[in-house]
Design a protein around this ligand. Structure first.
Ligand code: PLP
Length: 364
């Protein structure tokens, strides 16, 4: 199927803005810095998964599905947007979340429940008692068993359930980011922007892979650089193999090898992936604070905050050569800011001791 012929069902609003960041540009004192606002895709507080869902919902409609089911961590943004896409297009939303049911419903979870999603927590923490070599297989088997049970329940009610992998990862959803490239190139031309680098998050990799494939196919004037959202990202071999799958499926006509891809990890205190998936860390938080205070743009601690850290550090250190212009892709995720673990971690900086001279109370 040729990429130019593939149909989409709009889930959110496109084009998203491509904006100059004057204050951050001045603060970092190098080339001109821009941000592509995929946090503003419009639906349900927005984010990158909206672009993937445009194609996944189209696929669901074309094939008679009545429900969308997807998987993720407890605070999955992809889950929130899948629920939103389902609701907007008259499908049933089903979320399968890996982990314990938290005592308090915060962040994305409250939005998921507000939209009426059915949520299933698959808690395999008891598998931690098993010998390390057996843990992953046991958890995977348990997840599969629960998934089958959930599928059977909806099928018994007459539903046909589209089973969307974690992060919307796959050939269908990645069309969204292949097709984001002509959008960005068109905006650059219209706004007279010259930028040699586009910096994007690297998680389940659909976003990065789609962007890379699109940049190659549409001959973009910039290189796509990935920044991992946790310290142990997927391998470049797996990512290159996936890009080749995209190339075959959408008739893009190129081959990709791992050496063609650029992933910047940072090091020491500046390891961009932080200390673990969705774990609060003070360095990421300091960059989140910087962008909020320079540009009034919010980023989250699990994804875009880490990518922002990588973006700013590469500019400061000359990894992105001094004076070159660059674009940061904001992939959304802002509800993570008010998930329980990040709320807790921000109390000291913004509310307690350190904020003492900025937060004042007058009592009658
Ligand atoms: C806000 C946000 N940014 C970035 C990513 C990473 O995108 P991908 O999984 O396509 O690599 C995710 C994935 O869930 C996300 O929620």
């Amino acid at each position: 199927m040729n990429i130019k012929e593939i149909k989409r069902t709009p889930v959110g609003y496109l084009d998203t803005p491509l904006e100059f960041m004057p204050n951050l540009t001045q603060r970092l004192g190098r080339g001109k810095l821009y941000i592509k606002r995929d946090d503003l895709t419009g639906i349900a507080l927005g984010g990158n998964k909206t672009r993937k869902l445009d194609y996944l919902v189209q696929y669901a409609k074309d094939n008679g599905y009545t429900a969308l089911m997807t998987f993720g961590g407890v605070q999955t943004n992809h889950g929130r947007l899948t629920v939103a896409a389902a609701i907007k297009h008259g499908l049933k939303p089903i979320l399968v979340l890996k982990g314990e049911k938290p005592e308090v419903c915060t962040g994305n979870l409250i939005l998921d429940r507000l939209m009426g999603a059915d949520i299933y927590f698959v808690d395999s923490s008891a598998a931690d008692a098993l010998p390390p070599e057996k843990r992953d297989a046991a958890s995977a088997a348990f997840l599969e068993e629960c998934t089958q049970k959930i599928l059977a329940k909806y099928e018994a009610m007459g539903d046909k359930v589209l089973n969307i992998p974690v992060g919307g990862q796959g050939v269908i959803g990645s069309a969204g980011y292949i097709q984001a490239i002509p959008e960005i190139m068109g905006q650059m031309e219209k706004q007279g922007i010259m930028a040699k680098y586009l910096v994007a998050g690297f998680g389940s990799t659909g976003t990065f892979a789609g962007l890379w494939a699109g940049a190659k196919y549409y001959k973009a004037p910039f290189q796509v650089i990935g920044v991992p959202v946790d310290p142990t990202p997927r391998s470049l071999e797996t990512t290159a193999a996936f890009i080749n799958e995209l190339s075959d499926f959408y008739e893009l006509g190129f081959q990709c090898s791992p050496e063609d891809l650029r992933l910047e990890m940072g090091e020491g205190d500046h390891a961009y992936g932080g200390i673990g998936y969705n774990l609060p860390d003070p360095v990421t938080q300091s960059y989140i604070e910087m962008l909020a205070q320079e540009e009034a743009i919010f980023t989250d601690p699990c994804y875009t905050g880490k990518v922002l850290h990588g973006f700013a550090d590469m500019i400061e250190k000359g990894i992105i050569p001094y004076g070159e212009n660059a674009i940061l892709l904001h992939t959304g995720g802002v509800p993570g800011l008010w998930s329980q673990e990040h709320l807790d971690s921000m109390q000291k900086t913004f509310w307690a001791d350190e904020a003492a001279d900025r937060v004042t109370v007058y009592r009658f």
